[in-house]
Design a protein. Structure first.
Length: 164
């Protein structure tokens, strides 16, 4: 009778070689899934905040502050990032900045940075999610007293992507 060479350990070695690759593939799939989920959440949050600002109704953010601050509050409360913090938001109206007049376009822009689970998967745009919405103002909002400070775009850009 011919004896076959034993290969009991070969399966274990092959499994040990493939497991790290499979784990990396799985975490990359999870990273992209969470990135996509956060991009949808950011788009939806910015859209809801722009609508709230256009009609001057801010559920959950009725406290003091300007309409722009309430709109930023709406973006933060609506964006529930899985792996990220609060977005950096810029709110203004053209042509009057923070003095919103009925019929003027209201522009709401937000940037959210997504790190990923382990940081090995290269996320699009270095993990920065951007969203902007333009809606027509339906209720006048007077400008606040003093100058308004625009937040710094965390991507290093100058908010040029946010302009209509």
């Amino acid at each position: 009778m011919l004896s076959r060479p034993r290969d009991d350990g070969a399966v274990a070695v092959e499994f040990a070689l493939l497991v790290p690759l499979l784990v990396l593939l799985l975490t990359a799939i999870l990273d992209y899934g969470m990135w996509y989920s956060d991009s949808i959440a950011l788009r939806n949050g910015v859209r809801e905040a722009a609508r709230a600002g256009a009609v001057d109704q801010f559920p959950g953010c009725e406290g003091g502050g300007t309409a722009a601050e309430k709109t930023e509050c709406m973006v933060n409360s609506r964006v529930d990032g899985i792996l990220s913090g609060d977005p950096v938001t810029r709110v203004y109206s053209l042509p009057n900045g923070l003095d919103w007049q009925e019929g003027d376009p209201l522009i709401v822009c937000a940037v959210l940075h997504e790190d990923g689970l382990i940081g090995l998967a290269p996320l699009p745009d270095d993990g920065f999610l951007r969203s902007h919405v333009i809606m027509r103002v339906e209720v006048d909002q007077p400008a606040p007293d003093g100058d308004s400070v625009h937040p710094v775009d965390p991507t290093g850009d100058d908010w040029g992507w946010c302009a209509p």
